[in-house]
Design a protein around this ligand. Sequence first.
Ligand code: LLP
Length: 436
Amino acid sequence: MDHFQFRDSELHVEDVPLSAIAESTGTPTYVYSKATFLEHLLRFQEAFAPLDPLTCFAVKSCSNISVLQLLGEHGAGMDIVSGGELQRALAAGVDPARCVYAGVGKTDEEIEFALRSGIGFFNCESSPEYRNIERIASRLGVTARIALRVNPDVDPGAHRHTTTGVRATKFGIDIEDTLAFFEAHAGSPHCELCGLHAHIGSPVREVMPYVVAVERLLATIDLLEQAGHPISTLDIGGGFAADYETGEAPPARTYAEALVPILEPRVRDGLRIILEPGRSISANAGILLARVQYVKEAGDRRFAILDAGMHTLLRPSHYDAFHFVWPCRPPAGMTPPARTREPAIPGLKNYDVVGPICETGDYIALDRPLPALERGDLIAIFGSGAYGMSMANRYNSMPLPAEVMVDGTAVHLIRRRETHEDLMSHESRVAAPASG
Ligand code: LLP
C-alpha cells in the first residue's frame, strides 16, 4: 500500500528511518515517498488503461512542484483551480495542454493567464463565467476549449463540506439545464463548447455514485448530440477514496471494473475521458512527522501536545477526519499490524493528540489508544500526503513546515521550513510621517 513501514522496530520511509529526517530537517515535516506516489499513479493508470484517459492529478491535494514534476514526468496532466496552481504546474514542467481548469470564481486575470498559457480545458461552472471566458478569448484572439461542469445530483456519501455534486451546491449547473446552456452558448467563434465535466465529491468510498453520475452524464451527452452539439470529452472528476484505515478504500481497479464497461463503447466512438484523482494518489504517499512537546493530564483526559496541530494538518479539526497516529519508535511488541481506530495491542493508553494552537478545536486525534508517550517522542501522522501541506496555514504565526521527498536512501528537501522572517516578509510598518 505504501512505503512507510516499521523495520527493526523503527518507522522507515523507503530505506530511511524517520528519526534521521527529524535529525536533519526538524519537525513538523511532511515526508513523502517517491515510490508510493508512483505506485499509486501507476495502479490508477493501469486500472483505467482500457479507456486511454488523460489522468489529471488534483494539484490542490498536494501542490509541491517536485510532486507535480514527478507525476507529470510519469504521464499525469493536472487538474487546477487557480492561477497559482497553473503557475505551479508550469514551474513543474507540465504541458498546459494537459491541464484542466475548474473553479467557480475564476478572475479575469486568471482566465487571461490560462488562455495565454494554452490551457487544455476550462471546466466552466456558470453562464456568466462562460461569457467572461468568451470575452477575454475574443480580446486575445484565441479559442478557449470548454467543458461545462454539470451537477448530476448524486450523493457521494462524503462529508457535507466535500459533497459537491448534489443540488444547491455552488458548483456547476443543474444537469437538466445542460441542453438549454448549449443552445444559448454553443457556436461562439472564441469558445469551443465540446465537453462535460462533473465532480461529485470526495472521498467517495462506494462505486455506485460514480456509476449513477456517469450514466446521467452519458444520457445528457446523447441528448446534446441529438440536438446537434457534438461532445468530444467527458471529465468525470476525482474523489476516489484512500486508505486512511487499512483496507478502507476500494482499489482503483474496483472503480475501473464498474466504470470501464460503461465508458469503453463511447471511447471506441471517439469520446475522450479525463479523470482527476487527488487523494487516491497522494494521501498515503505522505506522513506528517511531529514531535511530542509535552504530556499532561487534565480532568479525565491525557494529552500529548505536539509541535503540529490544526495549522499543520487541518483535516481532523475541520472534517473530524481520521488519521492513524503512532510513535516512530514504538516499544517492543507494539508495532501495529494495521492502521485502525482500535489497534488490538495490549497495554495502550488513551490520549488526546493535540497541537500548540490556542483553540480547543486544535487536535489531530481524540481519545486515541497509543503506547505510553513521552516528551521528545517522534510521532507519525499517516495518510497526510493529501490536503495536508496544501491546507496548512500560519495561524498563531506558526511558520509553515518543511517538505521532504525520499527516494530509496536519498532525502530531498523540496520545501525548506519557513522562518520567523518569512512570516513577516510581505508586511511593512507604516512609514513615519515626514517631520517638520
Ligand atoms: N476534481 C475536482 C473538481 C475537485 O474539486 C477535487 C477536490 C478533486 C478533483 C480531487 O478530489 P480527490 O480525488 O482528491 O478526493 N480538503 C478536503 C477535500 C476537498 C476536495 C475538493 N475537491 C479533504 O481534506 O478531504
